[in-house]
Ligand binder design. Structure first.
Ligand code: SAM
Length: 286
């Protein structure tokens, strides 16, 4: 647990609206800047990330630092925050000064850092992500070279429609590649939905927080590269029957589908994660 001097240091910081005004942090659309200014809300998101005491936290896009403050107040051992916008650095330096040795800010592009330095396991990732890079970052975190990855859990804000695509089950329009990849390796739940008015400035769409807890072993065995390819090809032509959509994968695709317990006439969105893994296994054995 953080000691009381750290908490009182955070309490002494000015309100976020003043930080934004004093540091001239007018939101830039190109950087996906929709800030959370309500500290009750940032505290709630930090709480949804699980017990942070004894954990390092990676935060992408701290901006003026509302969520960063909440993560530190919730007892994170250390927060490493990657921010692209240099204008935010002085505000983040004030937070670092209020919590000596517990906040490291890296000025840079999160897409350029595969694993920022200074993180010691266990690590949780918590972020109100810029919407333009959220899906790409999630896919990177879900598909590292080695599993288990560097993180225990991901607690991430997305556009609600993307959050639905991560957590959807088979049978609907939202179910696709993102759901299969995420649920194969994680337990994924939508834990909070937020209206546009929760942000400043308000985005055009609703948002949602997804909490993903890694499975130490994937749900069903499959070679990650084969599964990834099968799922990509299957959902590229999601309205077609599997035997047609997947025919580029093998001349004997019909036999593979049957061996995997799938109907060649099914469509991708009817296939469970288990079904895709079974198909990846029979294709790997060809
Ligand atoms: N965490 C803050 C909050 O909740 O109020 C800000 C969230 S805002 C949605 C996204 C933040 O990500 C902005 O501060 C933006 O500057 C930053 N950002 C945008 N693109 C980035 C990138 N490629 N790498 C790191 N940070 C980025």
């Amino acid at each position: 647990m953080s000691d009381m001097s750290d908490i009182s240091g955070l309490d002494a910081l000015p309100p976020l609206s003043r930080v934004i005004r004093d540091h001239g942090l007018a939101a830039r659309k190109s950087l996906g800047q929709n800030f959370l200014l309500d500290m009750n809300l940032t505290a709630r998101i930090a709480h949804l990330a699980g017990d942070l005491t004894g954990c390092d936290v990676l935060e992408v896009g701290p901006g003026p630092g509302g969520l960063t403050r909440a993560l530190l107040a919730a007892g994170a051992r250390r927060v490493v925050a990657v921010e692209k916008d240099a204008r935010c650095l002085p505000a983040l330096a004030d937070i670092a000064a209020a919590c000596p040795d517990r906040l490291r800010v890296i000025h840079g592009d999160a897409l350029g850092h595969s694993l920022p330095e200074g993180l010691t396991p266990p690590v949780r990732v918590v972020a109100n992500l810029p919407y333009n890079i959220g899906t790409e970052l999630l896919i990177r975190w879900l598909t590292p070279e080695h599993w288990p990855p560097f993180w225990q859990s991901l607690t991430l804000m997305f556009q609600k429609e993307v959050a639905e695509r991560i957590t959807a089950g088979p049978g609907g329009k939202a179910y696709g590649r993102l759901a299969v990849l995420a649920q194969w390796r994680c337990e994924a739940r939508m834990v909070l939905t937020l209206p546009p008015g929760a942000f400043s400035p308000p985005p055009k769409v609703h948002s949602a927080v997804v909490h993903l807890v890694r499975r130490d072993r994937p749900l069903f065995p499959a070679a990650p590269d084969v599964l990834s390819q099968v799922v990509r090809v299957a959902f590229n032509q999601r309205r077609k029957m599997l035997r047609t959509a997947l025919k580029s994968l093998s001349p004997k695709i019909g036999e593979h589908l049957i061996a995997a317990g799938l109907a060649p006439t099914d469509r991708a969105e009817q296939v469970s994660v288990e079904g895709f893994c079974a198909l990846a296994r029979t294709l790997s054995a060809e």
